[in-house]
Design a protein around this ligand. Sequence first.
Ligand code: S3P
Length: 168
Amino acid sequence: MKTIYLIGFMGSGKSTIGQELSKKLSRSYIDTDNYIEKKHGKISRIFQKMGEEVFRTYETQAIKQTKSYEIISTGGGIIERKENLQEMNRNGIIIYLSTSFDEIYERLGHDENRPLWSNNLEEVKKLYDRRMPLYKIFSNYTVITDGKSIQENVQEIKKIISSIESAK
Ligand code: S3P
């Protein structure tokens, strides 16, 4: 059974959907951000004290060290390193949770726990526009989450997984 990786921008629902999916399918689950926080402390502190590059290195280590899990939610910047994409591709199936910028903006508001989600709307929009094509290109499937409930998204992903697993 291949690992299912959930990728997408901050606020696209990767962690909530991943957890729910793991319950519904009774499969093991991990979130790379949680994994990093358990090992190295709070993400906002890592960014503040050591900078983004150190965080990215922890993220690459997390992707390599969590391979045995069946469902994995990743951080929004997982597509920033080719090495991460190669590792996920080798080990599993990548599902992109696609959410419009407007909906993400509505969901996150003034979230202070995400170092890259600043109050500068122009900057986060630029980050979103740069990353969006990368999520698309490097995923095997796309699920559009806009206007859908968590359960609806989970159902859609369950269908994708069963079609993959029933194919010979
Ligand atoms: C990041 C997204 C965050 C977290 C870190 C960096 C990013 O995860 O990994 O703050 O670069 O987009 P979420 O996507 O779960 O918010």
